[in-house]
Design a protein around this ligand. Structure first.
Ligand code: PEP
Ligand code: MG
Length: 545
């Protein structure tokens, strides 16, 4: 039976599945049965097994990964760690717990040394978990390795797992949890990994089952028929052909320009975005640069990264977002407090306002970078609720030397007072991911409510229309930079609702560009009118086609 989920992107993958093992719980403090020598022998065998396994993986991986895996193999064979484990077992501690504690102590020591040693500390935790898994006789944690390409199946994936997936091996991604706009899904989209998220039942499929994971349809088809396989292969070939079509600026069939911009999380991705025809940057997620830091980056550190970004876009618009910390992207230097409902907590502009010096430093770094650059820098605040917050951010930005300052529309309240907001903001950019999450009261991280996280919902579209109308009345730009802009059919509707530019993961540019070229502005408006009148997200999608 076909499984249903929410597709990320438009890709299709065909291949056997491999399940990612669940993370292991940490071993509780406990004692062994009394025979310390026997317990130690088991641990030594596990250490040796893990070391050999990591060495084998290192050879198979080659390249940069080889050195990392070889270093991990050495950790498992480290004599001083083995001695520490032995001492702990001698005092009665169970083998698993002794491994956990000894690796933990070593990790703390490396972290305290700082620099390169500290960067390697995290690898110790992975080795420790592998040894504990071996002692328990369960599969090692982390992305499984395989000689043949596979589709990875997981409960959910950490962004770090998604970012480091080996795309020569991983054809696609299917998760049981996670909504279409979780940051894992966003990373999957940006890496062009076909993904279907929030798929109940996928964990019941046996490893090795061949499936078609169809992101456009949001389906997973186990053991597909020959007909289904031929159809899927045809779509894969058609997409490949479209990806090499000539790159032009975004324009409707009647010549109306709709600039197509890139969502980026690192200056390193800029060149690829330009190659795919990005006319500038519509959303630079600055928090992705600093996810690992314990203390706020300095003005000079930030300025260097922003200058690096701007250098790729001479004469082009680059919209940089101030740090959006909190909820699924906590930054240690901005989000200290534990919150019951972090999505409704001190995130985005709220957390920046609570630590104003960090915000001032960031805006100063941006203003400095702008001074030395030919790019047109626009700066916006995330998670802005109303005109008062807008006035605060715009005034601060101007005080610190920025010329074009705007806000993101992600909280429904801002759409309801859009006219007031555009009295001070130079522009608005609609973050449809959060706008949908908050309009539908559906956590974007939760697979169980993924069906609510649908930006086609007429309630979301009506808020977009309020923003589009306010933009037209004030003569100011209203862009869209959430995942909705990467859905070709929805991109047309957004334009019909008054959105003046679309920003998306660069991988989506070709599909959106092709779709925009097929409609006039009037047709886009007609589709938008039909979608607005629908009674559900599915109804709006059908009405706009
Ligand atoms: C959004 O919410 O739509 C958005 C673009 O911001 P992020 O996905 O980073 O929260
Ligand atoms: Mg957002």
């Amino acid at each position: 039976m076909d499984l249903k989920g929410t597709g990320v992107g438009r890709g299709i993958a065909i291949g056997p599945i491999l399940r990612m093992p669940d993370p292991l719980p940490d071993p509780e403090p406990g004692s062994h049965a009394g025979d310390a020598a026997a317990e130690l022998a088991l641990v030594r065998t596990a250490l040796a097994q893990v070391s050999t396994d990591l060495d084998a993986r290192a050879v198979a991986a080659g390249g940069e990964a080889q050195a990392v895996l070889e270093a991990a193999a050495l950790m498992a064979a480290d004599p001083s760690l083995a001695e520490d484990i032995e001492r702990r077992i001698a005092t009665g501690t169970s083998g698993e717990r002794a491994v956990f504690e000894a690796f933990g102590a070593f990790e703390e020591m490396l972290t305290a040394l700082g620099g390169y040693m500290a960067e390697r500390a995290g690898d110790l935790a992975d080795v420790s978990r592998r040894v504990i898994a071996s002692l328990r006789g369960v599969p090692a944690p982390g992305v499984p390795s395989s000689a043949i390409p596979f589709i990875l199946v997981a409960r959910d994936l950490a962004p770090a797992d998604t970012a480091t997936l080996d795309l020569d091996r991983v054809l696609g991604l299917i998760t049981r949890d996670g909504g279409p706009t979780s940051h894992t899904a966003i990373l999957a989209r940006s890496r062009s990994i076909p993904a279907v998220v929030g798929v109940p039942g996928v964990l019941d499929l046996a490893d090795g089952t061949v499936v078609i994971a169809d992101a456009a349809a949001g389906t997973v088809i186990p053991d597909p028929s020959d007909t289904a396989l031929v159809a899927a292969r045809t779509v894969i070939a058609e997409r490949a052909a479209r990806a090499v079509a000539p790159v032009t600026d975004g324009v409707l069939a009647d010549g109306t320009p709709v600039p197509l911009l890139a969502n980026l999380g690192s200056p390193a991705d800029a060149a690829a975005a330009v190659a795919l025809g990005a006319e500038g940057v519509g959303l630079f997620r600055t928090e992705f640069l600093f996810l690992d830091l314990n203390t706020a980056p300095t003005v000079a550190e930030q300025q260097a990264r922003y200058s690096e970004l701007l250098a790729h876009f001479p004469g082009r618009k680059v919209v940089v977002r101030a740090l959006d910390a909190g909820a699924d992207k906590p930054l240690r230097f901005l989000n200290a407090a534990e919150e019951e409902n972090p999505a409704l907590g001190l995130r985005g502009l709220r957390s920046l306002r609570a630590s104003e010096q960090i915000l001032r430093d960031q805006l100063t770094a941006l203003a400095n970078a702008q001074r030395d650059s030919d790019a047109e820098l626009w700066v916006m605040a995330p998670m802005v609720a109303d005109a008062e917050e807008t006035e605060y951010f715009v005034a601060l930005g101007r005080e610190l030397g920025l010329t074009t300052v705007g806000v993101m529309a992600e909280i429904p309240s801002i759409a309801l007072v859009a006219g007031q907001v555009l009295e001070s903001a130079d522009f608005v950019s609609i973050g449809t991911n959060d706008l949908t999450q908050y309009t539908m009261a559906a956590d974007r991280m939760l697979g169980s409510v993924a069906s609510y996280q649908d930006p086609w919902h007429p309630a979301v579209l009506r808020l977009v229309k309020l923003l589009g109308d306010a933009g037209a009345a004030s003569g100011k730009p209203v862009g869209a930079c959430g995942e909705a802009a990467a859905d070709p059919a929805l991109a047309v509707v957004l334009v019909g609702l008054g959105v003046t530019s679309l920003s998306m993961t660069p991988a989506a540019l070709a599909d959106v560009r092709a779709e925009l070229a097929t409609v006039t502005l009037n047709e886009a408006r007609e589709r938008a009118t039909r979608a607005l009148a629908a009674r559900s997200a599915a109804g709006a999608r059908a009405a706009a086609s």
